[in-house]
Design a protein around this ligand. Structure first.
Ligand code: FES
Length: 104
């Protein structure tokens, strides 16, 4: 594993079809596990002070718990109002049972 990849979580710590919040290198990251794989984004909603890991994950979209804005977990794109901008997403690599992110 190159030094650009940073350990984020054990795969076992990620429930299927759910999202958790983790601190990685001082960043608040949302980690999503779906049947398509594991995805990562900034955890803070781009619209306000809400954590996406407290939201609702369905069909590859995360719904913010505060005003129900939805983001694509693969691209970070904002999918509906009141969102006007997306969130940053990060590449994910699974090595055995460990989840790594590339933050830069
Ligand atoms: Fe997330 Fe408003 S804080 S939609």
């Amino acid at each position: 594993m190159s030094e650009n990849w940073i350990f984020a979580a054990q795969l076992d710590d990620l429930p299927e079809d759910d999202v958790i919040g983790v601190a990685v290198n001082g960043l608040d990251i949302a980690l999503y596990r779906t049947e398509e794989g594991v995805f990562a984004s900034d955890n803070l909603c781009s619209h306000g002070n809400a954590r996406l890991s407290d939201g609702f994950l369905e069909d590859g979209e995360i719904e913010c718990p505060l005003h129900q804005g939805r983001f694509c977990i693969k691209t970070g794109n904002a999918l509906c109002s009141p969102l006007t901008q997306g969130v940053t997403v990060y590449p994910v690599q699974i090595d055995g049972e460990q989840v790594y992110l590339k933050l830069s």
